[in-house]
Design a binder for this molecule. Structure first.
Ligand code: C5P
Length: 219
C-alpha cells in the first residue's frame, strides 16, 4: 500500500500477555506471543501512522518507527494505555490481559507445604475503561474464544462499547496464539460481520486496519 495511507493517524496498539507476579520467582501469564499486535503496529507504521505500541513481555523485534512501551503487569498496561489515549484516534487492543492477579505479592519465595490456594483479585478491564471514556476514538477489541464465538464476541462488543471486535476461534487449526496465520471474524457495532479466510497475521493486520480506519472516516 501507499506509504502515507495512514499519515496523521494516531494509534495505540496493545500486544502480548501480561505477567502477574506471585512472589520473586513466580508469576501467572498466558500463551499470547504478541505476534498479532506487533503485526498491526508494523503495518500501520509502514503506511505512515503514528503508532504507540504497549506490549507485555514478548520475544519479538520492535517494528521500525513505532514507539514501544514495554510493560509487565495489567496495571502497568492500564496506566500506559490511559496516558496515550487522549491523543489517539484509534485503539486496537490485541493484548491478552490477565483478568486476575494474586491478591498479595509475597516479598519472599513462598515455601511448599501441603495443599495451597492462591487468592486472586480482578485486574482493571482496560478496554472497558476506554469504552467509558470514549469521545471520538474508534475502539477495536479482540475476543479469543474456545466456544460460542459469536455470542461471546458480540457480548464484549456491546459491554465494552467497542466499534469492532476481532473474533478468534482458538479451536481452529491455523488460528490463535503462537501461529503465524489466523482465521478471524470481524463484528461491527451496526450488527454486520465479515469473515476472513485463513491468512497470515500480516494480512489480517492490514485487513483490520482497513476496516477500522473506514469506521473513522464514517463517523
Ligand atoms: O479478556 P477478554 O476476552 O474480555 O478480552 C477482550 C478484549 O478486552 C481484548 O481486546 C483485550 O485486550 C481487552 N481486555 C483489556 N483488559 C482486560 C481484559 C481484556 O483491555 N483486563
Amino acid at each position: 500500500g501507499p506509504k502515507n495511507k495512514y499519515q496523521g493517524l494516531h494509534m495505540v496498539v496493545t500486544a502480548g500477555p501480561t505477567q502477574e507476579p506471585l512472589d520473586p520467582v513466580r508469576y501467572f501469564t498466558n500463551h499470547s506471543s504478541g505476534k498479532m499486535g506487533f503485526a498491526i503496529a508494523r503495518a500501520a507504521a509502514e503506511q505512515g501512522a503514528d503508532v504507540t505500541l504497549v506490549s507485555g513481555p514478548v520475544n519479538l523485534t520492535p517494528p521500525p518507527g513505532v514507539e514501544l512501551i514495554r510493560v509487565t503487569t495489567a496495571e502497568e498496561m492500564y496506566r500506559a494505555v490511559m496516558d496515550a489515549y487522549p491523543k489517539a484516534d484509534l485503539v486496537i487492543k490485541a493484548a491478552a490481559v490477565a483478568d486476575y492477579r494474586p491478591a498479595t505479592v509475597h516479598g519472599q519465595k513462598m515455601k511448599k507445604g501441603g495443599e495451597m490456594a492462591i487468592p486472586l483479585v480482578r485486574n482493571p478491564d482496560i478496554l472497558a475503561e476506554l469504552g467509558k471514556k470514549k469521545e471520538n476514538q474508534i475502539l477495536v477489541g479482540f475476543a479469543a474464544e474456545t466456544e460460542n464465538l459469536q455470542e461471546n464476541a458480540t457480548g464484549k462488543l456491546d459491554r465494552k462499547n467497542l466499534d469492532m471486535i476481532v473474533a478468534n476461534d482458538l479451536t481452529m487449526a491455523g488460528a490463535g496464539f503462537k501461529a503465524d496465520t489466523n482465521i478471524v471474524r470481524l463484528y461491527f457495532r451496526d450488527g454486520t460481520e465479515k469473515e476472513l479466510p485463513l491468512m497470515t497475521k500480516d494480512e489480517v493486520a492490514r485487513q483490520i486496519l482497513h476496516e477500522a480506519t473506514q469506521l473513522l472516516t464514517k463517523q
